[in-house]
Write a protein of this length. Structure first.
Lengths: 358, 294, 256
């Protein structure tokens, strides 16, 4: 069992509070840095993709997990980031400048979508984001001059100071760098005033107003921030795909992102990452599973989506706090062994709280 | 030679025909949402399952259309009842988001199961009205479309009678207004909710069986959920008349945009209208505004 | 009475919901340093009055003056910055957050650093956070909440949640604190503690308290002055005993 003794408040604020945290996260960092040295090129490429999805999932977590605004259309911001980045690079803007610019362009789009969020919430907002994503997907298809339409658009090789970053092993480090940067920035933000304001708006708008929080502004900013980070992921995604077409950014990607934050655990960055890892590895797991199944079942193509649905359903029903919740329970179990009590986390019976009038 | 007016009439009739289907799907979703506050994203997939089941029964079992209709209707109704009783009921009282997630999960599972069970190829089957048209005030209308409009009208009227006049319907209404009070008055809210799911399932089945021959029997039919959701939001959530009006509007907007606006706008027009309407009237066209009390 | 004696003044205020007049022609003043109790039967418009002051609703008519400034048209989020804090009749806490974070949110109006400072977590920001934390710890000690400091609000007993909400309002160091039925749902011991706290809030922290309350024992114990509302207007005011003996008040409570 370990206790929190802090002699100063700042020790209580720290991201890593215990020596065991330092060791665990240090090891993780080492492993992540070392992977390209021994893993196959294919695996490194896949892991780079997982990192990209982690960034996107953290982006959506800012919005859905921290401010409670559901977006069913975040693929649109991935798309905007990807196309903006590819277009800027095609105009000769250097990679290192084009990346943040793409993020900013996506953020601007997010601010625009955020404006209706002042007026509508809940399911209405989910519908606005869904509609926005459908519109964006179609516009990309129609706007041939810039996006290449349905024919697609080639993405140039990323270069930094004359060196190519295009090789999977090198690009992996780019992804790792961006993911780490985003994680650190968000972790800091979420334990400061802005993060608190986000959760305040999520849990009670009335109380947030009464404490002087500009609820509307916070909501819009959250949209901008979320879209910007997701756009950054889109810019990375552009290089991963290499050739952009609108059908890489459909509703299914939006739903995948939602799956990640829900399965990971609403309201935690760790959850966003765990969820992204699980969902992006799911297809691989399913193909491994297929090898074990009888030929007639394995040949069918619906298995992936069925398993994804099953996993989501099981989490919603039995572990609403997601992988992060599971993780916290496991950690507590280890730390307090043998004193752990099952009902520490027992859910309180919730009464029917209508959301009709929100 | 077609005059502008004739084109307008033709497009309007098409819009109403398509809109009627949207209205039917929207009504099914509204039924469930009103009773349980769950927004059923799996509705379109129930529709897909119905279409494939009907195809299999007609083609493989050789059953006549008239037998397939009630069979599939009852089967999907029973399935929907089961979905609520076994799965969805468990999250009663949790935030709306949980319901959205759970029904999306169910949608994925149904869609996956359909692909595994019936294959991924598109199919088609004939109805007694396939390939025939009727001349209506100078506009050629497919008989199937006329039948669909009639069926939707019938169902809407039936639901109206059911909720206004029958004991069960009134009980359902009461339960959806105030679940606790209904429970205290001895109404079995859980069973009622499952029955509402069953009813919605039947409407999904009918929509699927009639819609599929118009296009194709294909898993992409689930996308109609999106149009129906747009219709519901336009209509102001939670009212059956709103769903019907919203559905017709979406159908008309789509058809008009397809003819009178540039290429590609047909697919986005309903959603653009949806966004604009929500910004101007956050509670939809028929919705009433009210905030939460503190 | 001179203008200096008035902290908050409602001047012929009205609030209509469609055809329903929740408040009609309400005039009242709050004096600095007092504990004012507002009583009245259900539906009298007490909460609506508070919602008008905190800008949840737009007044249909009338002026609301705080320290001489008309606040009836200010944005809702400005109110806290003027030094007005409140609790809610049906507890509005940040359920998924810890008690500590709830209380820290009470400090919102004193600023939390620029966004880039927060992203970089500069040392200036850490120092500012420490200062907020220190103030929050004072309140935690004052309200004896230390046992719950890191607990999630959602799982706390009702009585504790009410106190946390009070604490959150105190963290914003207001000039006037509105409490909407602070004692409802509390047991007798908790209510007694509350009485002491309200007294201390006024005398030690120097905060003016306006308390909407049904519990006449509590009102009699802590209130300097009592206003009785009915049907959206002031029916009677004075000491607790005077108001309770007022024939109109008795009639209003008997529902005639
Ligand atoms: N948001 C609203 N919309 C419509 N009517 C409202 C709203 N809020 C309050 N009312 C009405 O205004 C009147 C006054 O309500 P209010 O909540 O202010 O009463 P109260 O004195 O606080 O009563 P209680 O002691 O029950 O809390 C009531 O008739 C109530 O129904
Ligand atoms: Mg009240």
């Amino acid at each position: 069992m370990r206790y929190d003794y802090h002699t100063r408040y700042r020790h209580g604020f720290a991201l890593l509070r215990h020596r065991s945290d330092w060791i665990a996260y240090g090891l993780l960092a080492l492993v992540l840095l070392a992977i390209p040295l021994f893993a196959s090129t294919y695996l490194v490429g896949e892991l780079g993709y997982v990192l990209i999805l982690c960034v996107a999932s953290m982006g959506l977590m800012v919005l859905t997990g921290f401010t409670g605004q559901v977006s069913l259309g975040h693929a649109s911001f991935v798309a905007i980031g990807a196309y903006a980045h590819a277009w800027l690079m095609a105009q000769g803007v250097p990679f290192a400048l084009s990346m943040p610019l793409a993020g900013l362009i996506a953020a601007a789009a997010g601010l625009v979508v955020g404006i209706p969020a002042i007026r509508v919430s809940g399911l209405y907002l989910a519908m606005v984001t869904l509609a926005f994503a459908i519109v964006v997907e179609q516009i990309i298809g129609m706007w041939r001059g810039v996006t290449g339409g349905f024919m697609g658009m080639l993405v140039e090789t990323p270069r930094l100071m004359g060196y190519s970053l295009g090789a999977p092993r090198v690009f992996y480090y780019v992804c790792l760098f961006v993911a780490a940067l985003v994680l650190l920035a968000l972790a800091n933000l979420m334990r400061s005033g802005i993060g608190r304001a986000f959760t305040g708006v999520r849990d009670s708008e009335a109380a947030a107003f009464s404490l002087g929080i500009e609820v509307n502004r916070v909501k819009i900013y959250a949209f901008g921030l979320s879209a910007g980070i997701t756009g950054l992921a889109g810019a990375l995604m552009a290089h991963h795909i290499g050739y952009l077409t609108p059908d890489a950014f459909t509703l299914l990607l939006s739903l995948d992102l939602v799956l990640m934050v829900v399965i990971g655990g609403i309201g935690s960055l760790r959850g966003a990452i765990l969820g992204a890892v699980l969902i992006s590895l799911l297809p691989n797991a399913v193909s491994a599973l297929k090898a074990l199944l009888p030929e007639s079942v394995a040949r069918q193509s619906g298995l992936e989506i069925f398993v994804a649905g099953l996993v989501l359903a099981l989490f919603v029903l039995f572990e609403p706090t997601g992988l992060n919740g599971r993780w916290l329970k496991l950690r507590l179990l280890v730390e307090t062994f043998p004193l752990y009590r099952r009902d520490t986390f027992r859910r309180q019976k919730a009464y029917m709280k209508s959301e009709r009038n929100r | 030679m077609n005059t502008g007016l004739e084109i307008l009439a033709q497009v309007t009739v098409n819009g109403i025909a398509v809109g009627a289907i949207y209205a039917l799907v929207a009504m099914g979703i509204v039924l469930i949402h009103k009773a349980t506050e769950v927004l059923n994203f799996a509705h379109g997939d129930l529709l897909v399952l119905s279409a494939f089941s009907a195809w299999a029964l007609i083609h493989h079992a050789g059953l006549p259309f008239w037998l397939v209709l009630p069979l599939v209707g009852l089967g999907i109704g029973a399935l929907a009842y089961g979905l609520d009783a076994v799965v969805v009921r468990r999250i009663a009282g949790q935030p709306q988001f949980a319901g959205v997630m759970l029904t999306i999960a169910l949608a994925f599972m149904i869609r996956g199961a359909v692909s595994m069970g019936f294959g991924t190829e598109s199919q088609s089957y004939d109805t007694p009205w396939s390939g025939q048209t009727t001349d209506l005030l100078g506009v050629a209308v497919a008989d199937l479309s006329l039948v669909i409009m009639g069926v939707v009208l019938l169902i809407a009227a039936g639901l109206w009678l059911f909720f206004g006049k029958t004991r069960l319907g009134v009980a359902m209404q009461a339960a959806s207004q105030n679940q606790l009070a209904a429970h205290l008055n001895g109404v079995s809210v859980k069973r009622l909710n499952s029955l509402v799911w069953a009813l919605a399932g039947v409407t999904a089945a009918i929509a699927g069986i009639f819609l599929a021959p118009l296009s194709l029997v294909d898993t992409s039919l689930w996308l109609i959920t999106l149009k129906a959701l747009a219709a519901i939001v336009l209509g102001g959530f939670g009212s059956l008349p709103g769903a019907v009006i919203g559905g017709l509007l979406i159908g008309l907007i789509e058809q008009y945009a397809g003819v009178y606006l540039p290429d590609g706008s047909r697919d986005i027009a309903p959603y653009v209208v949806l966004i604009v309407v929500l910004i101007l009237r956050p509670r939809g066209i028929l919705g009433e505004a009210h905030g939460r009390r503190v | 009475m001179t203008a200096r004696d008035t902290l908050l003044e409602l001047d012929q205020v009205a609030l209509h919901f469609g055809g329903l007049a929740a408040i009609s022609d309400l005039s009242m003043t709050v004096h600095p340093g007092e504990v004012l109790a507002v009583i009245g039967p259900n539906g009298a418009g007490k909460t609506s009055m508070l919602n008008l002051v905190t800008r949840v609703f737009d007044a249909t008519r009338g002026r609301i003056l705080f320290k001489g400034q008309d606040i009836a048209a200010l944005p809702r989020a400005r109110i806290a910055h003027l030094g007005i804090a409140r609790t809610f009749q049906n507890i509005e806490l940040f359920d998924a957050a810890s008690v500590l974070d709830n209380l820290l949110l009470g400090r919102h109006r004193f600023g939390a650093g620029a966004w880039w400072q927060q992203v970089l977590r500069t040392s200036a920001l850490t120092r500012a956070e420490e200062a907020h934390r220190e103030k929050v710890e004072e309140i935690i000690e004052f309200l004896e909440l230390s046992a719950w400091r890191n607990a999630r609000v959602a799982g706390l007993p009702y009585g504790v949640r009410k106190i946390v909400e009070l604490g959150r309002a105190l963290c914003s160091e207001p000039d006037v604190l509105f409490l909407d039925e602070p004692a409802s749902g509390l047991n007798p011991e908790e209510t007694r503690d509350l009485a002491f706290w309200i007294d201390d809030i006024r005398s030690d922290l120097g905060i003016t308290v306006v308390m909407i309350e049904h519990d006449m024992a509590l009102v009699g114990a802590v209130a300097d002055r009592v206003i009785c509302m009915a049907q959206g207007r002031v029916l009677a005011q004075g000491t607790a005993a005077q108001v309770q003996a007022h024939p109109d008040v008795i009639a209003a409570y008997l529902g005639t």
